[in-house]
Design a protein around this ligand. Sequence first.
Ligand SMILES: C[S@@+](CC[C@H](N)C(=O)[O-])C[C@H]1O[C@@H](n2cnc3c(N)ncnc32)[C@H](O)[C@@H]1O
Length: 244
Amino acid sequence: MKNYYDNEDFFTAYSRMSRSQKGLSGAGEWEQLQPLFPDLREKTILDLGCGYGWHCNYAAEQGAAEVLGIDLSEKMIAEAQKRHSRKNIHYEVGSITDYAYPPETFDLVFSNLALHYIADLDDIYAKVWQTLKPGGVFLFNMEHPTFTAGVRQEWVRNEAGEAKYWPVDDYFYPGEWETVFLGEAITKEHHTLTQILMGLLKIGFRLTAVEEVMPPERWREAMPDEMRRPMMLLVRAEKEEMQR
Ligand SMILES: C[S@@+](CC[C@H](N)C(=O)[O-])C[C@H]1O[C@@H](n2cnc3c(N)ncnc32)[C@H](O)[C@@H]1O
């Protein structure tokens, strides 16, 4: 399991991002993501790849009873404990793939920008299904397949450095994708849209939202290229009471 976020340079570069400095309001997806959360009062929440714990803290602020954030990176968990410590939030260093997923334990399983590091999404979907209570919600945001299949995840630029077009290649060959993120050569996992959505439906989830993230209107003038291809995909799925 590759753990880029414990690499000193990568972690430092991540700490300079708007989302790391400003939190949820500095994250381009937040305005679309926030309305997709269910009522969190008295609920138990699992956050997969919790990073600094912004969403764990949000869940606690919204009245959640217990929140568990897991993350592969010791540095991320240390930062989460420093920034977002509350008595009903627990953090654990561990992998999304290895967590025990105790049966029918959580009302919400949440994940923001971590699932594109996971090779076998179907395996995680099955584990999330197992750990959700009947009626529970699985809400996640991951990199959009148009973005993960982007060639080096970079625009083709003209001589003046302006973005000409976003190249997509090998779309129907899911798997490890080499890219550069925050100045480091890393790999992400590309999944097609069919895999992402059909994997949920096959397990029995009911899809209740699918949204492609657009930058908030107030950001568009400063980042017009972000309206030219989707970078993130929001999905909300429910484990209905009467199933299985
Ligand atoms: C882009 S950050 C997002 C952090 C947080 N969810 C947020 O939105 O602020 C991705 C996080 O996923 C974590 N991660 C990547 N692969 C993981 C895995 N296999 N298991 C657990 N965490 C993982 C990284 O350590 C990192 O903290």
